[in-house]
Design a protein. Structure first.
Length: 265
C-alpha cells in the first residue's frame, strides 16, 4: 500500500506499507537525503515476521518539499503522523544513519509509540559525538564521479563493490531539489540528542560497522552508554552500509532482537 499522511504543518508525507507478518509493525528510516528505496536491498528480510512501513522524508521521493528549515525532530513528527494515519499505536523503529538520529527523536519524545528501537550506523550528534576525519570530509565534497566513487567507498568494501556493480540505493535521492538536499544536510548537522538519550525507555540495540569512516564507530559506544540498558553489536569489517553488504549477519541480529520484544508491545 502506498498512501499519504499529513504532517502537523500540512506537508504531505508519502509512506509505503509492505508485508503481512504477524509481529509488531516495523518502521524503517533511511539515511540523509534518501527516500524509502534505501531499504530495497533488505526490506523483504523482515517480512517473514512483520509488516514494514517506510516513508519518504519531506524533501524526498513523493513527499512534499517545502523550502523551510528541516530538523530531525521535525522528521520524527512526520513519522508519528504516518503511524497516526495507519492507526498504529506502537511500532518497532529501525533507523540507520540520519534515520537513526530521527529514531532517537521518536523514541525520546514519543516513548509510547516505540516498542523496540534499533539504531544503526548513527550518532548522538552535537559536540560530544565523534566527527568524521578531515580526509573523509574532503572526499565527500568532490563533484561528479569522484564524489560518487568516494561515497560508494565509504558505504561498501571494494570486494563487495566488485561483485555488486550497482545500482546502489544508498547514495541519495537523485530527484531531490538542491534546496531540499541542503536542508537535509543542515538537519543532520544540527542534530544533538545527548540530553534526550537517557529518556529513551524502549529496549534498544545499537549496531555499527567496525570500519565505518563516514560515521565513526566510536559513536555507537556513546549511544549504548547513554541509552539505559542498550545493547551494542559491532559488525567486523563492515562500512557504513553494513545492513546491505553484511545482511547475512545484520539481518538475523536485528530480526532476533525484534522478535524478543514483540510480546511486550
Amino acid at each position: 500500500m502506498d498512501a499519504y499522511a499529513t504532517a502537523p504543518d500540512g506537508t504531505p508525507i508519502a509512506y509505503q506499507v509492505r508485508g503481512q507478518g504477524p509481529g509488531t509493525p516495523l518502521v524503517l528510516l533511511a539515511g540523509q537525503a534518501n527516500n524509502h528505496h534505501w531499504w530495497d536491498g533488505v526490506r523483504d528480510d523482515f517480512h517473514v515476521d512483520r509488516t514494514t512501513v517506510t516513508l519518504d522524508y519531506r524533501g524526498t521521493g513523493d513527499s512534499g518539499k517545502p523550502d523551510v528549515p528541516y530538523s530531525t525532530g521535525g522528521f520524527a513528527e512526520d513519522v508519528v503522523a504516518v503511524l497516526d494515519a495507519l492507526g498504529v499505536e506502537q511500532a518497532h523503529v529501525y533507523g540507520t544513519s540520519m534515520g537513526g538520529r530521527v529514531a532517537q527523536q521518536v523514541a525520546a519524545r514519543f516513548p509510547g509509540r516505540v516498542g523496540a528501537l534499533v539504531l544503526g550506523c548513527t550518532s548522538p550528534g552535537g559536540p560530544r559525538s565523534v566527527e568524521r576525519s578531515a580526509d573523509v570530509r574532503r572526499a565527500l565534497v568532490q563533484r561528479g564521479d569522484a564524489g560518487r566513487d568516494a561515497l560508494v567507498d565509504l558505504m561498501y568494501t571494494p570486494a563487495w563493490v566488485a561483485a555488486h556493480p550497482g545500482p546502489y540505493h544508498t547514495l541519495g535521492d537523485p530527484g531531490m531539489p538542491a534546496y531540499a538536499r541542503y536542508r537535509h544536510l543542515v538537519a543532520g548537522h544540527r542534530h544533538d540528542a545527548w540530553d534526550l538519550l537517557p529518556r529513551i525507555t524502549a529496549p534498544t540495540l545499537v549496531v555499527h560497522g567496525s570500519d565505518d569512516l563516514l560515521n565513526p564507530a566510536a559513536n555507537a559506544e556513546l549511544l549504548a552508554d547513554r541509552i539505559p540498558g542498550a545493547q551494542l553489536r559491532l559488525i567486523p569489517l563492515a562500512r557504513h552500509a553494513y545492513f546491505e553488504e553484511f545482511r547475512e549477519t545484520a539481518g538475523p541480529l536485528v530480526r532476533e532482537f525484534l522478535r524478543e520484544h514483540d510480546s511486550s508491545c
